[in-house]
Design a protein around this ligand. Structure first.
Ligand SMILES: *Cc1c(COP(=O)(O)O)cnc(C)c1O
Length: 346
């Protein structure tokens, strides 16, 4: 794996923080120029989030040396690009459509983005991916379930890509908890070039605390920890995540409720004349193809209900993306669509 890491990163001597150099707890700390008052917020956070990772290990069996924690999974996306891609030389491969942050992070770093269209049914064609790969390709980003298309990508297609690519394959599993599958974690020991992204923003309902995970071979995790900001996950985030990790049953209950609501919403949406198609979803949102999407979008917005206009996205013409809300919120959406159809007979 090391051969794919940029030379300047391999040779980098990372910043060593006070909390890196002394890791004990019960001591008098006069080493970090902190204010001695205002406890506990006066102290810098644990740079490697040891307690939190231990909690994750107990729950998911993932070894701390295989976990990177960041300020959202967006941080991991940015760091992976900076570890593996030389600006102006290397490129990344993404599917089209997919989550926009891979492209944005790459462009900020002056890294070329090669887009490979999904098939019309939003499935993944490994052959097309390999056509886009050249000797400067370092990362392939696959999002499964994919945003905004809401479908899982096929296991066999992903497997071909992991096994056939001389570089790193990142599978973004932000929505995996809504898919009824375990995702790629069990396969991690088999592939040293695989990175799995998970987030606390969706199924855990903790988007506001900004916490994301990259799970990978320990050499990749070492590189991520080497280049991250020393105190990238603050103490409030670490404490809240530790607290919520004890509430797995609550999390499972929420996921069940959201999936149930998703299935109800799917059926109800299909009954509207203006709705041409509701795509099957493995996530906590629905992609729908609808007549005059912008007019519908604006009508909903005027009634203070906001959905995402995806109609200018590849393969998603006339599409809106709708997050599954509470029962009450979904009912409000359906009522507004009824009102719209009444006002603008089809
Ligand atoms: C929402 C989402 C994320 C979450 O990003 P965070 O920075 O962890 O909030 C990651 N990937 C995809 C595809 C998403 O849709």
């Amino acid at each position: 794996m090391e051969k794919y890491i940029r030379k300047n990163i391999r040779e980098l001597i990372p910043y060593s923080s006070a909390r890196d150099e002394y890791k004990g707890e019960n001591a008098i700390f006069l080493d970090a120029n902190e204010n001695p008052y205002n406890r506990p917020y006066n102290r810098y956070p644990d740079p490697l989030q040891t307690k939190l990772k231990e909690k994750i290990r107990l729950q998911n069996g993932i070894n701390p040396e295989n976990i990177f924690l960041g300020n959202g999974s967006d941080e991991a996306i940015d760091l992976l690009i900076r570890i593996f891609c030389n600006p102006g030389i290397n490129n990344i491969i993404v599917t089209d459509p997919t989550y926009g942050m891979y492209e944005v992070c790459a462009r900020i770093n002056d890294v070329e983005v090669r887009k490979v269209s999904l098939n019309n049914d939003f499935s993944l064609d490994p052959g097309k991916i390999f056509e886009a790969v050249n000797e400067e390709s370092r990362l392939i980003f696959l999002c499964s379930p994919n945003n905004p298309t809401s479908n899982l990508l096929s296991e066999s297609a992903i497997k071909k890509i992991i096994e056939g690519f001389n570089g790193i394959v990142v599978i973004d599993e932000a929505y995996i908890d809504f898919s009824g599958t375990n995702g790629w974690l069990p396969m991690l020991p088999d592939y040293s070039n695989l990175v799995i992204l998970r987030t606390f923003s969706k199924a855990w309902g903790l988007a506001g605390i900004r916490l994301g995970m990259a799970i990978a071979d320990k050499e990749i995790i070492k590189a991520l920890n080497k280049i991250k900001y020393p105190y990238n996950v603050n103490i409030l985030t670490q404490a809240i995540a530790i607290k919520y990790l004890d509430k797995v049953e609550r999390k499972e209950k929420l996921i069940k409720a959201i999936i149930k609501e998703r299935n109800i919403l799917q059926k109800k949406l299909e009954s509207f004349k203006i709705v041409q198609k509701v795509y099957p979803s493995d996530a906590n949102f629905l992609l729908i193809r609808i007549n005059q999407p912008l007019k519908v979008f604006n009508f909903l917005k005027d009634h203070k209900l906001i959905v995402r206009d995806r109609s200018r996205v590849t393969l998603c013409d006339n599409c809106l993306r709708i997050t599954v809300g509470t029962k009450k919120e979904n009912k409000e959406l359906l009522n507004l669509l009824k009102e719209y159809e009444k006002k603008f007979p089809q």
